[in-house]
Write a protein that binds this ligand. Structure first.
Ligand SMILES: C[C@@H]1N[C@@H](c2cn(-c3ccccc3)nn2)[C@H](O)[C@@H]1O
Length: 446
């Protein structure tokens, strides 16, 4: 039996409206984490912070007072929104999520509700507005990241222990509502919000407030897309309400990790947000540990699409507003692959054929064609295909070599093999399976 919830999931199953269909077909997105944390860039007083650079304020090696005065140095002379938008276009991103305010509370837009914003820095101008314009001009949809947790606001509380906490938190809630409505007012082409910093006990008690605020935001921008990391339900449950139903338009649980199987996604829409180093969102001058290669990132992108998700790759501009060389190189390499293989990513999603070791299937929702994205060429060069129902095969061909047609051999019911040539697999290869959707094949082994 399900609990009667006033502020749980208000919709069962996927949103089917055009704005959500557009979101579902993006495939690839870009995250940008930028703020005053880019100034220290993970270092302070000659010491390197081992955590995520945008969390340096929480490090004992960073005096709070020193951090809280960094904004007086914020002057990104190389900030070039259109260059950033062009780089994202070249990479093949269909949407971009920008940090308007991270946990430190510094606002990259001129906010009426705080002095801790760009207008009080040497730079002095709105960062968000020109970025929204530049990305809109490139046809890349803009989403706004907003951290509810705000270390700068006097009314912010992690826990509501006393009456003083509660009255202070009321002012914080009003501040939060004012800033969100202000953002939507200033940037009306915003397609959605990506919330973060909502794990505090204090926020988990705000089911009604959050529910009403979500309604109010959607009045301002109808169809606004909001993920599962915003609202708590009547009992403080997040992402999934007390009946196990997803709250929000897509699941935001895949941060620096990916689902393994379709079952892991519960059949919901979802995004994976991913860092290039192991765990750095804001700029860190000393990337330690593994930096992902373009093939690793392309495989994560393809795996996401094969499981009906979007893959959002993070970039962290430095204090001057420049994109570091490693990120530029990856954007170019991913873009080169996307320019030849985008039909296997855009408008594509999951098909329930048996997963094979050679890679992943994506099905184009427009053409119905199935893409085999091959990452692993077996020693015998044979690729096995096991469909989930009878199909009437029409053509199997290399997306990037029209002369390369594969002749399938049916080896058992709904099971085929094709033979790759002897050439090495120099990059992930897309092989397209065209088949007639109108009829299943009558032929089968007796
Ligand atoms: C999208 C990413 N989410 C932020 C984050 C994640 N976390 C976090 C907090 C508790 C447990 C695990 C992760 N804290 N902050 C990161 O700072 C970045 O903004």
């Amino acid at each position: 039996t399900s609990l009667a919830l006033a502020h749980g999931a208000h919709r069962l199953g996927k949103r089917t409206d055009p704005m959500m269909e557009r979101w579902r077909n993006y495939g690839l997105g870009q995250f940008i984490h930028w703020g005053v944390y880019a100034i220290p860039g993970g270092q302070w007083n000659g010491a390197s912070y081992g955590g995520a650079a945008e969390w340096i304020r929480s490090w004992k090696g960073m005096p709070k007072e020193a951090y809280d005065n960094l904004y007086k140095e914020f002057d990104p002379e190389n900030y070039d929104p259109s260059a950033l938008a062009k780089q994202a276009k070249e990479m093949g991103a269909k949407y971009m999520i920008i940090t308007t305010k991270h946990h430190d509370g510094f606002c990259l837009w001129p906010s009426e509700y705080t002095d801790y914003d760009v207008t009080n820095t040497p730079y002095g101008k709105d960062i968000i507005g020109p970025l929204v314009e530049a990305y809109d001009a490139e046809g890349i949809d803009v989403y706004l990241y907003f951290s509810v947790m705000d270390w700068n606001h006097p009314g912010y509380r992690s826990v509501l222990a006393t009456e003083e906490d509660r009255s202070a938190y009321e002012s914080f809630k009003e501040f939060t509502r004012n800033q969100l409505l202000e953002l939507l007012e200033r940037y009306p082409t915003t397609k959605g919000l990506w919330f973060d910093g909502t794990w505090d006990e204090a926020w988990k008690e705000q089911a009604e407030f959050a529910d009403n605020l979500a309604t109010e935001m959607r009045k301002k921008i109808p169809g606004l897309i909001i993920g599962s990391r915003f609202r708590p339900d009547d009992y403080g449950n997040r992402h999934f309400d007390s009946n196990g139903d997803l709250m929000g338009d897509y699941e935001q649980g895949w941060e620096r990790k990916l689902p393994e199987t379709y079952e892991d996604t519960n059949g919901n829409d979802w995004d994976c947000v991913m860092t290039i180093p192991e765990n750095q969102w804001g700029y860190h001058s000393d990337w330690r540990g593994h930096v992902k290669t373009s093939y690793e990132l392309i495989e994560m992108l393809v795996k996401s699409v094969s499981l009906d998700g979007n893959f959002v790759l993070n970039f962290g501009p430095d204090a001057k507003g420049d994109i570091r060389m490693e990120e530029k190189k990856l954007a170019t390499e991913i873009g080169q692959w996307m320019s030849k293989n985008k039909s296997a990513i855009y408008n594509c999603g999951h098909i329930d054929w048996e997963k094979q070791d050679w890679g992943y299937y994506t099905q184009n929702r427009v053409t119905g064609e199935v893409n085999m994205v091959v990452f692993n060429k077996p020693i015998n060069s044979v690729l096995r295909i096991k469909t989930s129902s009878k199909i009437s095969l029409q053509k199997i061909y290399d997306l990037n070599d029209a002369t390369k047609i594969y002749d399938p051999e049916e080896i058992s019911q709904d099971e085929y093999i094709i033979q790759l040539g002897d050439e090495e697999l120099a990059e992930p290869k897309v092989i397209v399976i065209k088949y007639d959707h109108s009829k299943g094949e009558t032929k089968g082994y007796e």
